[in-house]
Design a binder for this molecule. Sequence first.
Ligand code: ATP
Ligand code: MG
Length: 373
Amino acid sequence: MRIDSISLERFRNYQDQKISFDPSCNVIFGENAQGKTNLLEAIQYLSCGHSDRAKSDRELISFQEGSAVLRGGVYARERDFSIRAELYREKRRKLWVNQVPAKTASELSAVFQTVFFCPEDLLLIREGAAARRRFLDNALCQLRPRYAAALAAYRRAYAHKTRILRDSDQQPGLLDMLPEFNERLIQSGAVVIHDRAQFTKTLASCAAVNHADCSGGKETLTVSYRTVSSIPNPLAEIAVLKEQYRAHMESHRQAELSSRLCLSGPHKDDLVVEIDGRDAKTYSSQGQTRTAALALKLAEREIYKHVTGEAPLLLLDDVLSELDPRRQEFVLNRIAGGQVFITCCEDDRLPMLLGGKVFHVANGTVQESPGHA
Ligand code: ATP
Ligand code: MG
């Protein structure tokens, strides 16, 4: 799968830009604050209707403008696709695949997928559980439409329940609605738990191999999934998970009412990462946590390839300059066989050795730069 072309109108600092990409390697270089990350962000948005760094679509629209348009020409599963997204400041976005309106972003993910990798991801192990849940959710939403739907339903029910508990002090009548939202949480939450557990199982084995390779076989990485404590085996059937989740919720009923917080559910999940049997978050060196994060991100790409039969696009934002030569080599050895986008700063020469196209970005304008190839 690959993206052959992109066209951006009023997207971030791009006013009107069309670019044709190389099928294998695209290096994007330029000074700070010129639009390198914005370009990767646009590619990511077309692949899943979401940007890792934007809290809302409005941030993606150029300052002073009312709307933005992104178009991508994509080749996947031996067919051409055209993907279009229109973002508005005042109303909901619109998405199309081949001129047919798409109801949800899953329809974009069904066309092509991206794995985005930025320097903050190297801190994935050190950060709080929310960062690791985000990692799981991003990957799973692109891989499984069922997961995206269950997660959205879970989040809606969670937001309602949180409001009910919070406002029940003033309006005790709200508590009558609690059973309904608890049931919605159980129905969608059990799917979320099941799919996260399955994904983690494959992720753990791929990441262990990557980590062993990158550490020269000296270290063992183990990754496991931690969810609601009453669920001993999150790989169990969904019907079983529902009952165990329901039991947990019931045993926390009183605590939820008195704290007025939603205490039970997969919104508190985590990935437990260990190196040689010790919690990596607490005990690992910087180099070890970076290696483990690399192993996880590259495992994500391998899983997509395994599931869809085609390598997803790899978007490397400023990552190479953050890595020592051994880890750079490890990444570069693994990026073959799919389309890659690499951003780097003006004087970073390394990726120029990769072949493919080189683009220079200055103030929201991209130019192919044959001189640097
Ligand atoms: P760095 O090397 O520092 O990472 P970069 O080339 O990746 O830089 P980008 O993150 O792509 O830079 O941002 C480029 C510019 O886009 C920034 O100056 C930023 O202020 C601008 N920008 C961000 N959002 C918008 C927006 N909604 N409208 C217009 N400009 C924006
Ligand atoms: Mg950047």
